[in-house]
Design a binder for this molecule. Structure first.
Ligand SMILES: C[S@@+](CC[C@H](N)C(=O)[O-])C[C@H]1O[C@@H](n2cnc3c(N)ncnc32)[C@H](O)[C@@H]1O
Length: 292
């Protein structure tokens, strides 16, 4: 899931060129993003004078990739500060370039690991966290790396405003189902869900992966949730492979989600071999999960 580097692309040079739009030490701004970034240049997009106030809200695009969604969202809501966070320097170089070209003053990218997100914000500082097509990390042993693991969701509770929300979009029904369970474990209230967000919200800004995966026939699963009462006794959920959320009958799977191509291929192969031998196998997660 790493971005490919085009010819003549020098990462360090790009990062330096767009340094005004890429913040490598976001912890220095914790608690004062809305004021410190208002405006980035002389006047705000809304026409206010420099230093005149603060952005109305701060939204975080966590795992923003090359930043297309972050920048388009910033264009649509000039009084909101949009921060895109990603741990991949190459993504930051692209995103910084996009921000520079946009001429917008309400978008900044943070080169930072999402698992340390609470260091970058004060309690209640964020009105919204977007998780667009988060890396699925489908294997059981990778489960804790998923940005929708309940342990992460408990962290987001600290930096979200009480009425703040978390929005997920993914092409992966397994990741969507997993996330619903994790949200429940972390005490969130689900406000809405959609199993076809492109049809339900056709005018919403789209992300780079959304464009790419929709062209391959992906449906977009989406939800919005808000922190409810904090669980009295939280303990991390058991680690699970996303293979557990695939349908029993793989014939029903008309789209293979991002990151699960090899797993599904192996399962189908195994089924085909069992058929050829004359006994139908279970075709379920179990056999493959052992390999994961
Ligand atoms: C599948 S891409 C989606 C990018 C973008 N949101 C989109 O929809 O086009 C997932 C992104 O999440 C980033 N990512 C994964 N784990 C992360 C973490 N712990 N902290 C920050 N970024 C992370 C990856 O570097 C990658 O850019």
């Amino acid at each position: 899931m790493h971005a490919r580097t085009p010819k003549h692309f020098v990462l360090e040079e790009r990062l330096e060129r767009y340094a005004d739009f890429i913040e490598p030490a976001p912890q220095d701004y914790a608690g004062r993003w809305a004021e410190a970034c208002y405006p980035l240049g002389g006047t705000t997009a809304a026409g206010g004078a420099a230093g005149a106030g603060r952005f109305r809200e701060v939204h975080l695009d966590l795992g923003c990739g090359k930043g297309a969604f972050t920048v388009e969202s910033a264009r649509r809501e000039p009084d909101v500060l949009f921060l895109g966070m990603d741990g991949e320097p190459l993504c930051m170089a692209y995103a910084g370039g996009l921000a520079a070209k946009s001429g917008l003053e309400n978008v900044v990218f943070l080169a930072w690991d999402g698992h340390r997100v609470t260091e970058a914000f004060a309690p209640g500082e964020l009105s919204r966290i977007y998780l667009n097509f988060p890396t699925p990390f489908p294997r059981k042993r990778q489960a804790r790396r998923r940005l929708t693991d309940a342990t992460c969701l408990m962290e987001y509770r600290r930096i979200l405003a009480p009425d703040g929300t978390l929005r997920l979009k993914t092409d992966s029904r397994p990741l969507y189902l997993f996330t619903l369970e994790e949200l429940d474990a972390a005490g969130y209230q689900v406000l809405w869900t959609s199993e076809d967000a492109r049809a339900d919200f056709p005018n919403e800004p789209t992300s780079g992966y959304e464009e790419r995966l929709a062209a391959n026939g992906a449906k977009v699963f989406a939800l919005e949730a808000t922190p409810g009462p904090e669980p009295a006794h939280f303990s991390p959920t058991p680690q699970r492979g996303l293979v557990e959320y695939l349908p029993q009958d793989l014939e029903k799977l008309d789209y293979v989600p991002l990151g699960m191509e090899a797993t599904v291929w192996n399962m189908r192969n195994r089924e085909a071999k069992l058929w050829a031998k004359g006994h139908k196998g279970s075709g379920t997660a179990g056999g493959v999960e052992k390999a994961n």
